[in-house]
Design a binder for this molecule. Structure first.
Ligand code: BTN
Length: 332
């Protein structure tokens, strides 16, 4: 399997997936007739889908079915709802190692947007694995360029958290919260994560890869590998009794909200978003503990500064914390 797998654009697999995405049973004959191929060729295609991680149910006499159906990403649907006036280059892969790694490999990632139905080596912060099953969640990366070096983008990951919270609200899911520096929570459980990677000149023009994973409908068996409390949009929409969010709609709104913030960030910095971040802060006024390797510090979470530092009232007074390697937890 290559690092980038666009099998779904190859026609026949996409046709089968489109047919099975209704969650109903379809016989081998029906699929063969649709593709104009033999039963053996159908079987080979179904095997390829299983290799991609598509869970196929097969019952003798009834045929094949994807339980619960599928809501596949569609580059035409996503781009038709994208509002940016800037030229963006959209890629949608069936399978990839990691959408962030894909953009990191590009000579010029700026203005490139990458989505994948699944990631074989999805990465989270602090060396964690990001569990990325096929067609269940959203895995997205966008490349952007900034003048002013890494110092100028200290607060960028927090601003991206605001873009994700705005996206969710726009899609009808109000009530998400942010955990410093950039986890998106709902009811204290992780709903989305952000991984920012930087290349280029740390003191001048740098290129930034912004990766976002949003749990949409995570399968419980794949979620067994997640080592923290998590939630997905499916469960939230069920609980709120609101319509489920379409992944294509979510994808295009996310790009719109990201571009809106990224386009402004050079001029305005995080200061333009700090009040909004603070209103979404899951831990304001609470006792928290910060860990960086073996170093531990605790105190009351005050909020964030205009450059994205976390402000904590400790025994020594108000202290400022910066840096993506720090982890935060509430002390109850
Ligand atoms: C975190 O640990 O909270 C950050 C998770 C970031 C996951 C996303 S999914 C799309 C992009 N590609 C990756 O490999 N990681 C990010």
């Amino acid at each position: 399997m290559t690092a980038e797998n666009n099998l779904l654009d190859s026609g026949s697999l996409r046709q089968i997936l489109d047919l099975l995405s209704d969650g109903q049973f379809h016989s081998g004959e029906e699929i063969g007739a649709l593709l104009g191929v033999s039963r053996a060729a159908v079987w080979k295609s179904l095997q390829k889908l299983e290799l991609l991680g598509v869970a196929l149910l097969s019952i003798k006499g009834r045929g094949y079915c994807i339980e619960g159906g599928l809501d596949l990403l569609d580059s035409k649907k996503i781009s038709s709802q994208m509002k940016s006036n800037l030229p963006l280059d959209l890629h949608v892969f069936a399978q990839i190692d990691s959408t962030n790694s894909y953009l990191m490999r590009q000579k010029d990632p700026v203005g490139q947007v990458c989505f994948a139905e699944s990631q074989t080596a999805g990465r989270g912060r602090r060396g964690r694995v990001w569990v990325s099953p096929f067609a269940q969640n959203l895995y997205c990366s966008i490349g952007w360029g900034f003048e002013g070096g890494v110092a100028a983008i200290e607060g960028l990951s927090l601003a991206v958290g605001v873009a994700v919270a705005r996206t969710l609200a726009f899609c009808g899911v109000e009530g998400s919260e942010l955990k410093w520096p950039n986890d998106v929570l709902y009811g204290d459980k992780k709903l989305a994560g952000i991984l920012i990677e930087v290349t280029g000149d740390p003191a001048g023009y740098c290129q930034v890869i912004i990766g976002i994973g949003i749990n949409v409908a995570m399968s419980v068996d794949r979620a067994a590998a997640i080592d923290q409390p998590w939630i997905d949009l499916h469960a939230i929409c069920d609980e709120k009794q609101i319509p489920q969010v379409s992944r294509n709609h979510l994808a295009s709104v996310l790009i719109n909200e990201l571009v809106r913030i990224l386009d402004d960030y050079d001029r305005k910095g995080f200061a333009a978003y700090s009040a909004e971040w603070q209103a979404l802060n899951a831990h304001v006024g609470q006792q928290i503990e910060l860990r960086n390797g073996n170093a531990i510090c605790s105190g009351e979470c005050v909020g964030v500064s205009d450059d994205g530092a976390l402000l904590v009232k400790t025994a020594l007074g108000e202290e400022r914390f910066h840096g993506g390697e720090i982890s935060l937890r509430r002390v109850s």
